[in-house]
Design a protein around this ligand. Structure first.
Ligand SMILES: *Cc1c(COP(=O)(O)O)cnc(C)c1O
Length: 323
């Protein structure tokens, strides 16, 4: 099993040039005043299809052999990875099959279809999606690109931190959202090479703190599907590739409550005029919680995505609302 290296992140940056957006790094005087730190927000909510996942998807598909490209790709996801694969595949002239639950939100099914993905619906309660995806991949000769446990996906996601360090300069700490760990492990490769003294934190939802448990246990801990508004971080375990990288480079993993995510979502809307989805608020909520420790320091925060159901978003922003 070959772990990706920093050189793979650099190579991914070359492949993504002109294909992915170089997203802005935004500052907020209010956030700095509140925390006493200098915060640098890397805004992947402005990435193509609305989240960093386009980076990994494109970096994986563009490296397939001509025969694999002709055959097409397949993945399982009901979230941002589905849209990322559909869009990246369309750009590269590759057919994409996405295995999604039949009862996925209509907006997500539509968005994936609009990017050109062919949806295979399955029954969440009766079928195992990974097994179904693997079977279809074998039967149809499709290349399977999973959401996080894939070397090219990890390297692609790592370009997020690479760009942040290029733009913001040295940082004392970096906070990254954590689901299956593709983003965190990729960013860890960049941080370890470019800023070895930078403290690295993963932030996951309190209800699904399998990453924290895994770091403490020294092995991958699997949990039940967590109940949280952070739908992009409802993963039940880290990956065979992501865990060893996280274990080597990440200082600590924090867990934040859904209420802290709502507070961060409101902060982004009110003060920075940005729509950020709940999962995209994890790193900011972690940075706000740890602020006293980082007073006077330079702190990076990855804002991972902005795809949110508008009705739910309106409810969360309404005064007095909680999770
Ligand atoms: C997928 C996703 C995450 C989690 O990324 P992993 O690589 O699975 O850790 C965080 N935020 C958003 C917006 C996502 O779509």
């Amino acid at each position: 099993m070959q772990l990706p290296q920093f050189s793979d992140v650099q190579a991914a940056a070359g492949r993504l040039r002109g294909r992915a957006h170089r997203t802005p790094v935004l500052r907020s005087a209010t956030a700095d005043a509140r925390t006493g730190a200098s915060l640098f927000f890397k805004c992947e909510n402005f990435q193509r299809m609305g989240a960093f996942k386009f980076r990994g998807a494109f970096n994986a598909i563009v490296q397939l052999s001509p025969a694999q490209r002709r055959a097409g790709v397949i993945t399982f996801s009901s979230g941002n990875h589905a849209q990322a694969i559909a869009l990246a595949a369309r750009e590269l002239g590759v057919r994409a099959t996405i295995v999604m639950p039949a009862d996925a939100p209509a907006a997500k099914l539509e968005a994936t279809r609009a990017y050109g993905g062919e949806i295979v619906a399955y029954d969440r309660f009766a079928e195992d999606r990974e097994a179904l995806t693997r079977r279809l991949a074998t039967e149809r000769g499709l290349a399977l690109i999973p959401p996080y446990d894939h070397a090219d996906v990890i390297a692609g996601q790592g370009t997020t931190a690479l760009e942040l360090f290029e733009e913001a300069g040295p940082l004392d700490a970096l906070f990254v959202c954590l689901g299956g760990g593709g983003l965190l492990s990729g960013c860890a490769l960049a941080a370890a090479a470019l800023a070895p003294a930078c403290a690295l934190y993963g932030v996951e939802p309190e209800a699904g703190d399998d990453g924290r448990q895994s770091l403490r246990a020294g092995r991958i801990v699997t949990i039940a599907v967590p109940k949280t508004i952070a739908d992009g971080a409802m993963t039940t375990h880290l990956g065979e590739l992501t865990f060893p990288i996280i274990r080597r480079h990440v200082g600590d993993i924090l867990a934040v409550s859904d209420d802290a995510l709502i507070a961060a979502m409101r902060f982004f809307a009110e003060r920075m005029k940005m729509v950020v989805e709940p999962t995209g608020c994890l790193a900011a909520a972690g940075a706000f919680a740890m602020a006293p420790q980082w007073r006077g320091r330079r702190v990076g925060v990855i804002v991972s995505g902005g795809n949110v159901d508008l009705a739910a978003y309106a409810r969360w922003l309404a005064p007095g609302a909680d999770a």
